[in-house]
Design a protein around this ligand. Structure first.
Ligand code: ARG
Length: 571
């Protein structure tokens, strides 16, 4: 609605009483609809003009030439209230949507790169339920940035290097497993999980096993071909399952440049740190001191010469800047890693890179579930005692499928639809509140078709699609009688649709998908109300109302997509 504010500012400025910038700064949106759409308080001028605000507002109203789209300017107690012409608003908003379709409200291209590092799980393990957060917040931010005109580079910084691989190698060889190509090719991540657990169990009894694992990793790091072959098999097995889940969730990446990718870039980083006199020996380890930031030293290299998570993140940051010359580089990683990112960013600062300021950690809270006593805690899901993401998705899909079987057993592709609704429900539950808040996960409320849920917003979209299907023709702006879209329900809905561009902008600036999740709820509620009160099919206003249905469907479809929810068309 920016343009309305500008129009009002211009017309008020033309009276010579206020300057346009003053009007823009003072204009507010009144709580009460009876006070119009915008309100200009005239109190600030009372002193200079030596007049009562009430008089100023009245004089302004008399002098003002109403701009197009504003039907009335009414002075009330020192305020000048502006009323938008409902028909004008409906025509301008809905015609623009019909023109721009899904990209209505998107920003112009900016020629700027934004790197987003999200999901980034560790190899050798399956995705856990908590991985949903980084994956879906990052996925949504990538889409929001793109709609805001940025060129987005989506990176999965896989944890595919480090002592964990020493552990897997030690255990694999200990169990005398076959190492021929065929066996390695058919390795699954499930087996790796078991191997991992076996290592922990054995290491509890034999403390020197940890040492063996470290030595194995150092051997891997130094380029041993056989160890490298095992590592590649472990990585491939995990990646296969990862890709299956991402595909199911509709999540994509441009690059899977994980930690191992930076292995050969580490010597250059160490060299640079040395050259810049930043590397200090501490208990035989190499560190960068960060006292001046009140932070503990950043560990760069262990006493046995092996490198660390932070070292690889430094190499990755330098690589990303070189390769993508980013305007911003986001790390969607849980709050628990904030010290790590502070350290990495400050080391870059000490290296003299001004762009350290463009590196941003995007933290988020944890997922809480109810325990037996009904208290919220970090822990296992109630249904099935697994906390693997695939199991949670499966359980959600099954519950939705049972619901569909009850309500609409003849639905086409119902298993697929159920999975999409299930995943969207989990996603919406994760995105609906500000990301720093902990997420309370409870099966019944996350999967419900009522309330602030994924199924609720998807259902609104389904209803819109169903009306369009039944109408079986497309309404055009020329077919519309705009006075048919001026009643309260249509007007409320149009006003909400008009805000799409603003909401995307706000979500991008705050890096907060929840702003769009709340917006999706607003659209869904207003759409349900409109459909309920203003009959579309078979009414005298059918063509006009159908035009609003079409516009709402496009806006909602795109907002669902920006959130990473599936815009289902039938359920
Ligand atoms: N693999 C890490 C973990 O699971 C997250 C990596 C986040 N990205 C990064 N560039 N450090 O904790």
């Amino acid at each position: 609605m920016n343009s309305f504010e500008n129009l009002i500012a211009e017309s008020v400025a033309a009276t010579g009483v206020f300057r346009a910038e003053e009007v823009l700064a003072l204009l507010s949106i009144p709580q009460e609809t009876t006070h119009g759409n915008f309100s200009l308080p005239c109190f600030a001028l009372a002193k200079t003009l030596r007049k009562a605000p009430k008089v100023i507002a009245e004089e302004l109203a008399a002098k003002l030439k109403l701009p197009a789209g504003i039907s009335k300017a009414e002075p009330v107690n020192g305020y000048l209230n502006f009323f938008i012409d409902r028909e004008f608003l409906a025509r301008s908003v809905l015609s623009e949507i019909a023109e721009d379709k899904l990209s209505f409200g998107h920003a112009a291209l900016k020629q700027k790169n934004v790197v987003i590092d999200y999901s980034s799980p560790n190899i050798g393990k399956e995705l856990a339920f908590h991985h949903l957060r980084s994956t879906m917040i990052g996925n949504s931010l990538a889409r929001i940035y793109k709609a805001s005109g940025y060129n987005v580079i989506r990176i999965n910084h896989l944890g595919d290097w480090g002592t964990a691989f020493g552990k897997l190698i030690v255990m694999y060889l200990r169990e005398n497993r076959a190492t021929d190509e065929k066996t390695l090719d058919s390795l699954t991540v499930k087996e790796l999980n078991i191997l991992y657990a076996a290592f922990s169990k054995a290491a509890a009894l034999e403390p020197n096993l940890e040492e063996e694992a470290r030595a194995a990793f150092t051997k891997l790091e130094s380029g041993d071909a056989f160890y490298r072959k095992l590592w590649e098999a472990f990585r491939a097995a995990t990646l296969k399952e990862l890709m299956r889940i991402y595909k199911m969730m509709g999540v994509e990446f441009d690059h899977y440049t994980g930690e191992s990718f930076f292995e050969n870039q580490i010597p250059a980083v160490l060299e640079e740190l040395k050259e810049k006199n930043l590397l200090v020996k501490s208990q035989e380890r190499d560190v960068v001191m960060l006292d001046e930031f009140d932070l503990p030293p950043c560990l760069i290299r262990k006493s046995d010469g092996s490198t660390l998570y932070a070292t690889r993140d430094l190499a990755a940051a330098l690589y990303r800047k070189r390769e993508y010359d980013f305007a911003r580089c986001l790390y969607v990683v849980d709050l628990g890693q904030s010290l790590h990112f502070k350290q990495v960013f400050h080391v870059l600062q000490k290296m003299g890179y001004e762009w350290y300021q463009d590196m941003v950690h995007i933290p988020f809270g944890v997922i809480l579930q109810k325990n037996e006593e009904g208290k919220w805690e970090k822990g296992k899901t109630r249904t099935g005692n697994s906390n693997l993401l695939r199991d949670v998705i499966e359980a959600a899909s099954e519950k939705i499928l049972a619901y569909i079987n009850e309500k609409n057993p003849n639905l086409e592709n119902k298993a697929e639809v159920a999975t999409q609704i299930g995943i969207s429900a989990l996603t919406f539950n994760d995105l609906k509140n500000r990301r720093l808040m902990d997420v309370k996960f409870d099966w019944d409320s996350a999967l419900s078709f009522d309330g602030a849920t994924g199924p609720y917003v998807q259902n609104a979209h389904v209803r819109l699609c169903s009306i369009m299907r039944k109408a079986d023709y497309e309404s055009k702006a020329e077919d519309v009688s705009w006075e048919h879209l001026a009643d309260d329900y249509a007007y409320e809905l149009v006003k909400i649709l008009a805000r799409k561009g603003d909401r995307i902008l706000q979500a991008c600036e705050a890096e907060e998908p929840s702003i769009l999740a709340q917006y999706a709820l607003e659209i869904a509620e207003a759409a349900h109300r409109f459909i309920h009160h203003d009959r579309v099919l078979g009414s005298p206003e059918e063509k006009s109302r159908l035009f609003l249905v079409q516009g709402t469907q496009l806006v909602l479809e795109n907002v669902l997509d920006l959130l990473g929810l599936f815009p289902i068309r039938a359920m």
